[in-house]
Design a protein around this ligand. Structure first.
Ligand code: SD4
Length: 329
């Protein structure tokens, strides 16, 4: 399959979130008169809003931001129609689904899993790494054994739909094929601030489809796919992980917010840096995007190119927004 028809195929397979309405972003996310908005949830990609709604339900009932982001992104992990996360995620070049996830809370704790296989909810394994061990990241077979020891079930995560997609790709492999393209994404990164002003974040993905077996992306790398500092705020990423890892975008955004930038300004700064630093390395069009949240409950989002959207829950409402972007084509 040519790159173009591969794109069409992935696009078609992610049209399941059709029928959603968008609201144009405005400065409603800047707090008025220095007031504080809580709770707030923001997540990447406006697919069906169910992850946000779950997180919101927890926060609206007085729950904390860690439970909210974990339970929120689990909804995406469990969804077989989401082909970039958990169960139903598109596999690597060998037809194997491998998962990456990370989580951070307001205490500065972090947990992550990388290259995890046959376990449906990597975000909950990442949380256990954070809470039950002195480590930050477990990978591959070790991560799986750890999950099994805590009672997780070993299961086949490759749905028939994803297997068929993989076979189709295998059949159409050609010399022009590449492993990084401007494909659709659905990786979920979620940031939340609870009623007590405590911030947590979670990020979970099956990574880039058809990736080389063993490839790990930005999502489980603390500072790349996700970063939380409760004194300042949080940031998270989606898109071609290699571009994000080279610039540690989420950490950069939090540091820029610490220096006084708004979440929006910091996201724009990080996207510009990412484009600049990747310009001689990756020649074809790619997508990468960031979301951010600060202590006041203000949010920001910015993408390399058109097509990124995100979901925000605040003041009892959950809405989808089209992101602003840097490269106008
Ligand atoms: C990765 N950042 O593994 C992930 C992919 C992604 O939506 O965000 N897809 O590179």
């Amino acid at each position: 399959m040519s790159l173009i028809s591969r794109r069409k195929f992935v696009y078609a397979s992610t049209l399941l979130g059709v029928g959603l309405k968008f609201i144009s972003p405005s400065n409603i996310f800047a707090s008025k008169n220095n007031s504080v908005i809580r709770p707030v949830v923001i997540s990447t990609w406006d697919r069906d809003r169910k992850p946000n709604l779950k997180a919101w339900e927890i926060l609206a009932n007085g729950g904390n931001s860690l439970d909210a982001v974990e339970q929120g992104v689990r909804v995406a992990e469990d969804d077989p129609e989401n082909n970039s996360v958990g169960y139903g995620g598109l596999p690597d070049e060998n037809g194997i689904v491998t998962l990456d996830a990370s989580i951070m809370d307001w205490k500065g704790r972090a947990g992550a899993v990388a290259f995890l296989q046959n376990i449906k909810n990597p975000i909950s394994v990442a949380r256990l790494v954070m809470e039950k061990t002195k480590h930050v990241m477990l990978a591959g077979e070790g991560a799986k054994r750890f999950a099994l020891a805590y009672g997780f079930k070993e299961e086949n995560l490759l749905t028939e739909k994803s297997r068929q997609a993989w076979i189709k790709w295998k059949e159409s492999l050609s010399k022009e094929d590449n492993w990084i393209g401007n494909e659709s994404h659905d990786t979920i990164t979620m940031l939340a601030i609870d009623k007590d002003g405590n911030i947590s974040g979670a990020c979970t993905t099956s990574g880039l489809r058809w990736k080389i077996h063993g490839r790990v992306g930005d999502s489980p790398i603390i500072g790349a796919g996700l970063y939380v500092d409760n004194d300042v705020g949080a940031a998270g990423a989606t898109g071609v992980g290699e571009t994000i890892m080279r610039t540690l975008g989420s950490f950069l955004i939090v540091e820029k917010m610490r220096e006084g930038m708004s979440p929006q300004e910091a996201c724009e700064f990080a996207v510009k840096r990412l484009i600049e630093k990747n310009k001689n390395i990756i020649k074809e069009p790619y997508q990468a995007a960031f979301i951010a949240l600060n202590k006041k409950g203000e949010i920001g989002a910015y993408a390399v190119r058109d097509g990124f959207d995100y979901v925000v829950s605040m003041n009892g409402e959950t809405n989808g927004y089209k992101s602003k972007f840097e490269i106008k084509e």
